[in-house]
Design a protein around this ligand. Sequence first.
Ligand SMILES: [Zn+2]
Length: 425
Amino acid sequence: MNPPGNEAPLARFLADWALAQGLEAEVVELPDPRAPRGRAALVVRVRGRGTPGAVILLSHLDVVPAGDEGWEAPPFAGTRVGEAVVGRGALDAKGVTVTHLIAALRLAVRERPLARDLLVIAVPDEEKGGLGGAAALIEKRPDLVDGARYLLGEGGSISPGITGRRSLWAVGFTEKSPCWLDVRAKGLSGHGASGQRGTAVQRLLRALGRIQDLPFPVRVVPEVARTFRSLAPLAPEGDEGHWIDLRRSLSEDPDFRERFLAEPGQAARVRDTLAITRLRSGDGYNRLTDEAVAGLDLRLLPGGDCAATAARLREAIDDPAVTVEVHLAFESRSSPVETALMAAIEGAARKLDPGALVAPSLQLGWSDAHWFRARGVVAYGFVPRRLRPIDLRSIHGPGERLTIDNLVLGIEGTVSILEELDRDR
Ligand SMILES: [Zn+2]
């Protein structure tokens, strides 16, 4: 669970399993004072026939806390319940690590090795932003990423086809970037009965009132235009043409615009979003504290600028006693979509799920892929498993579970993609 992380024992456990299977495995220690029992990454290598440019299968070992309610089995026991394994991380992302490891084992025992080396990498600290995980690993072991060409990690999945429709293989090739801000108000402290005005809490509430409904303009960036063009065959009846040219349709057709923006998942792909996620001040009913802080989770479209967004909020708040500071921000990065890896995913889809639509997609959440994209690796968020809305809601929520069907599909799909990629050589 992160915080604190403490992923090293899991990395060692999985390395021991891999070694016992005859795989080449190492544990890369990534010391971090925030994780007292240790932070480490797992790296498993399956040697290829010498073609340069390894393929990385990336996942993470840390998970978010589980909460107490809504679990049919203890969240940290990995219990089999019926046709599923229940537990925090079943989908995000220990289940992905297991999927990758078994896929690697299957490929390692093939008679003819793959052309390229295959690296299964499972990092710590993804859920907290990756500075102690993927970023630290790349800094300590640049050889791992400099020798790599392609990467598959978490993010996209398969949406089951609704009656009469094709299923969708959504492959994340870019993502919105986080812009996490702290809004901090200062005021006078004192007794709760003092009748004091201009307290920190009052100033913070006023500031939040000024920004919570701030409009963010609709902006169809090229990556999103591309996503909806690919998705057009799955558009609602009559909207296919609109999705093919989303930018023009949103600006010229008010009825379509209203319809399109009414769906939050669609609206979030054409504008930045702001959510107030944390509030902190005081600990007694009768005490005014001198500081109140809110945490904001803004998600910016590719090309967005966190510092400029923070400046815009400062201007809207217009109060010298309130500051807005950046807590965490990354630039959004995209991978090209016309690649041998995308063709390999299409090949696997034809084999395993005939008629499925493979569409490069913008992901709303971010993963560790951007660290690798920044180093020139073609990185896609895609794990072949069918996730229904109820499964998607269980990620970071209660009742997370991985069905055995999805574990099997994940392994077979991943093996199939890597074999298709091998035809390229
Ligand atoms: Zn994850």
